[in-house]
Design a protein around this ligand. Structure first.
Ligand code: ARG
Length: 462
């Protein structure tokens, strides 16, 4: 059977190489559900407007439903020579019901594929939203489990990967919950703009037939029909937005992965990832590798690549539809699948992870981490911050040369550095004081602040 797209002007079918080169059925079969929904809505509208009869419409819909069932049961044979999902389904319908020849009235594959893809992106966003939320919940639960005897577990916070100031492990984990929340926002924002129905735009200049675009849009659950037929078939910006949201989510995941990889190393030892989510080495018997985290980190490369690939494909395309645009699908499908599995496996890995309180406490009791607190202490005694900063720097140097820590300095040594260092300096050099002083500052790693954030997230996410 020649492809349905070859009109009477063609004497023969395409060259076999061309057929293989241009087919998209090997990947776009995934759009079958959206394609069938689109056709059912289109046929319903054609009947309502009197363009086809109610009988034809009923036949078409029945046939499409049967085809959908066949596909779902794995009994449908996709044929490369029929090029894509649209023509495979239409050809199968044609073989079933005579009315099938009327389905493509007032429609082009250009508005059809744009519609299918928008529906697919919106469905996928819903699925991914649930996955991201699930990962957020796993992080919140892990945050809740980071406890030591005196409350939530402290760890060193880092800048430049150098120990900076004490924080709570839960605060660190919740930072990712915030990032992931913005990722969800970005996806739902993308869905808002994807939510426009191209059907009725035809190949690019609409149709002369009296169709009802508002009805088709409504039947498919779209917010509204598109306002410009050329734009509707000629752009894929919604796909680019989806890929960007996916890439950024992937990057957030990659950074979280990097923290887990560092934390699980012998150098840090802050966490242990369960056996279920680590692998051994084929050579070194002692090894336990954080492969899941490494793969999540590595896969962010594909997510970025897919975005770049789509943008590059679109760049320089003349109005309106060009066959180049068939290349939009594989990056989209790949990013959706990659992100989906990464999010799922990562959430399970988090459930299988526990913090090692002793190692965290050992690292966080490095008094150097409290140098900023000591500077603030001088500020409270009326010393301008820059002077305080300088004085504490001297104290750090003095401690370093004597192979001591800040808490080993004597009151006299402190006073020699700056007369405003009083006896209460010892208090400034405690973790308890550090966290107490953060307790009334929103957004800070004080015990109460972070407990409140955990509560808020638990409520918000469940
Ligand atoms: N398989 C095509 C795609 O994905 C469908 C649209 C084809 N349109 C056309 N005029 N050849 O872009």
């Amino acid at each position: 059977m020649p492809p349905l797209s070859r009109s009477g002007r063609f004497k023969k079918g395409p060259d076999a190489d061309v057929r293989r080169y241009s087919e998209s059925i090997s990947f776009d079969w995934r759009l079958y559900r959206q394609d069938i929904a689109g056709s059912i809505a289109h046929a319903t509208m054609l009947a309502k407007t009197g363009i086809i009869t109610k009988r034809d419409c009923a036949q078409i819909i029945r046939g499409l439903r049967q085809i959908e069932r066949q596909i779902e049961q794995g009994k449908f044979r996709w044929r490369e020579e029929l090029e894509d999902v649209h023509m495979n389904i239409e050809a199968a319908l044609t073989a079933r019901v005579p009315a099938a020849a009327k389905l493509h009235t007032a429609r082009s594959r250009n508005d059809q594929v744009a519609t299918d893809l928008r529906l697919w992106v919106m469905d996928e966003i819903q699925a991914l939203d649930a996955r991201i939320q699930n990962l957020q919940l796993a992080l919140v639960h892990l945050a809740k489990r980071t406890r030591s005897k005196s409350g939530l577990l402290p760890i060193p916070g880092y800048t430049h990967l150098q120990r900076a100031q004490p924080v709570l492990a839960a605060h660190h984990l919740l930072a990712y919950v915030e990032m992931l929340e913005r990722d969800r926002d970005r996806f739902s924002d993308c869905a808002l703009r994807a939510n426009v129905c191209p059907l009725g735009s035809g190949a690019m200049a609409g149709t002369s037939l009296p169709i009802d675009r508002a009805l088709t849009a409504k039947l498919l659950g779209f917010e509204k029909p598109s306002d410009n037929s050329m734009d509707a078939v000629g752009d894929r910006d919604f796909a680019a937005e989806f890929l960007f949201a996916a890439a950024l989510t992937g990057i957030h995941l990659s950074r979280l992965a990097e923290d887990f990889i560092l934390w699980s190393s012998s150098e840090f030892g802050f966490i242990t990832i369960g056996d279920s989510h680590t692998t051994g080495s084929s050579l070194m018997p002692q090894k336990k590798n954080p492969d899941v985290a490494e793969l999540a980190r590595g896969k962010s490369g594909r997510l970025i690549g897919n975005l770049v690939s789509l943008l590059t494909m679109l760049k320089g395309l003349p109005m309106t539809y060009n066959r180049d645009m068939q290349e939009d699908k594989e990056p989209l499908f790949d990013s959706a699948d990659t992100l989906d599995t990464s999010l799922t496996v990562f959430a399970c890995m988090i459930q299988a992870t526990r913090f090692n309180a002793a190692a965290c406490l050992k690292a966080v009791t490095d008094p150097g981490l409290l140098a900023t607190e000591v500077a603030d202490h001088l500020v409270r005694h009326g010393v301008p911050f820059r002077q305080a900063h300088h004085a504490v720097g001297k104290a750090v140097k003095l401690a370093e040369t004597g192979k001591m820590t800040l808490s080993d300095l004597t009151p006299k040594q402190w006073r020699d550095i700056h007369p405003s260092f009083g006896k209460d300096i010892a208090r400034a050099l405690t973790l308890t004081e550090m966290f107490r002083s953060r307790d009334r500052l929103p957004g800070s790693p004080g015990q109460h602040q972070v407990e409140a954030q955990i509560k808020r997230w638990k409520k918000q996410l469940s």
